[in-house]
Design a protein around this ligand. Sequence first.
Ligand code: DQA
Length: 153
Amino acid sequence: MGKKRLFLINGPNLNMLGKREPDTYGKKSLDDVVTLVEQAAADFGYEVTSFQSNHEGDLVDWIQRAEEEAEGIIINPAAYTHTSIALRDAISAISKPVVEIHISNVHERESFRHISMLASVCSGQVVGFGIDGYRLAALGMIQKIESEGRNHS
Ligand code: DQA
């Protein structure tokens, strides 16, 4: 059997991390985020496949792929969080756990960011800890996968 794998999925405009609104999202890049998650996951024997897209349908495709290819998904759906029933339905369609992460504290921002179409079909949500939230999401996800594996054996 191959190594256990997590998908790290980032939505629109997160390719511009580090350059985009640094007061809100910080100065670190998406590559820095990927490294952070890879390191956290490696401590537990997990590998990470990272994907970023500005296109909703591509994100749907990758959520669906996780059913066959990953143990779970860490996703920052970015603006699609607040609008996308397609992403929500994709998460509902798979059996693998999904953790939603936001770099900023969406709850102290505009009211349209307070709504998540996805949160109620995710296993958990990490909000407002900057890019360190991705590491926290990875740890929470791995803990969940490992504890469920034990319960089933
Ligand atoms: C974000 C918050 C969203 O409201 C926003 O559209 C983003 C980034 C975050 O990580 O804080 O693009 O998901």
